[in-house]
Structure formats: structure tokens, C-alpha cells
Design a protein around this ligand. Structure first.
Ligand SMILES: *[C@@H]1O[C@H](CO)[C@@H](O)[C@H](O)[C@H]1NC(C)=O
Length: 290
């Protein structure tokens, strides 16, 4: 984000140098407005500006054309007409001579719309620049997705297949993304497969295909998480299920590392011993140590 902006400023600087004589005042403005936020939630708005040749007269923010923030350096107190807006509350979280960052909180759906930052230079030029961004405040937060097809327990020879689907239709214009995680780690691409959407307006699902032996290798039980998110800046929601492989449960979550120890093998059926051997072989990459 920063470097293209810097480049832009640079190009403008050169341009303004070339135009010297006509006017030595140069003003450039850029905004950061999140494309969506949740009802009741928060959004951070950023306005960066670059003004040369004259001081700033005012910085203002407008929502759908209505001013809700104003900073005039020459005036002692700066007015934030926040409470007057029934759509959100405003807090100034940062201000410098190059940037203003605002936090909008307690967002209502009516806080959707156009957010415009306007910067004006001092007299005599009163040069003005304004840049806007659009934000949509979603009425309903994303619901955790739905996991289907999970069994109470699995056999170590099985291929585990579970499905995950969004619970609700996607908000217009947004495509939620699903991810599978095992014990908090995102799974490899080869373990997941896309599923068709269950209903129109629903985002596609995502299936997890996992050989039960991988659960055995992880100690006989893993926590599977299906996570839904609208994007990197949106809060995600998850559904969980525990995948258990019963014929491997006697192997404690970490004991497989020392499974060659007699204590683990004692009191175990031959089937288990064989299974442990298989695990050890897998873990040791083929070198049997028993
Ligand atoms: C602002 O405009 C958006 C989009 O047109 C609309 O959804 C929203 O309700 C408007 N809010 C106000 C307070 O005008």
C-alpha cells in the first residue's frame, strides 16, 4: 500500500516541480476505507495527505455527504460531530500533519455508504482535494459454518471425509471463504476438495479428505476446524469437530515418539503392537528400531 502511494506522491512532486511558477502549492490525498464491516462492530478509516507550499486549513470527513469530522489547525478545539450521527460513533485514534485515522464504532447498517476525506490548504490558494471509499455494513455477522458427515470415531484403515458448508446465504457482493484446520494448522491443498453450493446464494462448501492413519500419527485424535471468513480483515467464525481413531487411542498424543519403549507395548494387544510398529516405521521414515 505504502510504496505505490509513495510512488504516486513522487510523480506528483515531480509534476508539481515542473509546474512551479504557476503554483507552488501541491496537495495529494488518499483514503483507506474498509469495504465491509459488521453491524455493532468497528471500522478504521484512514486519510493520508501530502501538502507542500502552504499549511493545511482543514481536514474533514463526510459520510454520504454529511460532515462528521473536522480538524482545523488554526482553531483551538476541533469538532467531531459524532454523537449527532445516529449511524456510528467516531473516535480520532491518530493525527499527524500527514494522516488522520478514525475509528468508527457501534456501526449501524445505515453507516454503509460513501466516506469522503477532504483536505483544504490555507489561503490564498484554498486548494481542495477529496477522495472517497465505499463501505457496506453487513446486517448479520457471519454464522459459524456447518460440518456434516463426521462420525463418532473412525478405524485406522478408513479415509475420513467430512464436509463443511456456510450456514447462511452470502451477503450480496461477498464470497466467504472456507478453510480446514487440523489442531489449529491449515491443511494442505491436497486434503481438501471444493463442494457445490447447497443453495443458490450460498458460497461453495469444502470437503476434508484425510486418511485415518494421519490421525493415528497425531496421537489418535485431532481437532478439526472449519473456518469461514469474508477476507483477511474480517473476523472469522469456526465450527469444530473431533476426529478420533479408536483402534489407535491407546497411543497417547505424544507417546508415539517413544513408542519403542516397552511400557507402551506391554498390556497391548498384538494388533495394537503392529499398529504402533506401523506408526514408528512411518515416523522414522522406514528405519525400524524395535
Ligand atoms: C448512505 O448511503 C448508503 C448507500 O446508498 C445507504 O445504504 C445508507 O443507508 C446511507 N446512510 C445514510 C445515513 O444516509
Amino acid at each position: 500500500m505504502r510504496s505505490p502511494l509513495a510512488f504516486f506522491f513522487c510523480v506528483c512532486c515531480i509534476a508539481s516541480e515542473m509546474c512551479k511558477g504557476e503554483s507552488s502549492v501541491f496537495l495529494q490525498v488518499a483514503v483507506e476505507v474498509p469495504s465491509y464491516a459488521m453491524t455493532g462492530g468497528e471500522a478504521t478509516l484512514g486519510c493520508s495527505f501530502h501538502l507542500t507550499g502552504t499549511p493545511i486549513y482543514s481536514i474533514k470527513w463526510y459520510h454520504n455527504g454529511t460532515e462528521f469530522y473536522r480538524f482545523v489547525p488554526t482553531e483551538r478545539a476541533h469538532a467531531i460531530s459524532d454523537q449527532s450521527s445516529g449511524d456510528f460513533f467516531v473516535t480520532e485514534v491518530f493525527r499527524s500533519d500527514q494522516r488522520v485515522t478514525l475509528s468508527l464504532s457501534r456501526l449501524k447498517p445505515s453507516a454503509s455508504g460513501n466516506y469522503l476525506c477532504e483536505v483544504m490548504a490555507e489561503h490564498p490558494s484554498f486548494l481542495k482535494e477529496a477522495v472517497a471509499g465505499e463501505m457496506t455494513v453487513l446486517r448479520e455477522p457471519l454464522s459459524p459454518p456447518v460440518i456434516a458427515g463426521a462420525q463418532h470415531s473412525y478405524h485406522s484403515s478408513e479415509e475420513i471425509e467430512i464436509k463443511c458448508h456456510p450456514r447462511h446465504a452470502s451477503p450480496t457482493g461477498y464470497a466467504p471463504v472456507l478453510h480446514w484446520l487440523l489442531d489449529g494448522r491449515q491443511v494442505d491443498h491436497e486434503l481438501v476438495r471444493p463442494l457445490p453450493a447447497r443453495r443458490p446464494q450460498h458460497a461453495p462448501g469444502l470437503a476434508l479428505h484425510l486418511p485415518a492413519t494421519q490421525v493415528v500419527a497425531a496421537g489418535g485424535s485431532v481437532r478439526a476446524e472449519c473456518r469461514i471468513s469474508l477476507g483477511p480483515h474480517a473476523r472469522s467464525h469456526s465450527a469444530f469437530t473431533t476426529l478420533m481413531v479408536t483402534d489407535a487411542l491407546h497411543i497417547g498424543p505424544h507417546s508415539y515418539l517413544s513408542a519403542a519403549g516397552l511400557s507402551t507395548i506391554f498390556g497391548c494387544s498384538w494388533a495394537c503392537v503392529l499398529l504402533e510398529c506401523a506408526v514408528i516405521v512411518l515416523l522414522d521414515g522406514g528405519s525400524v528400531r524395535i
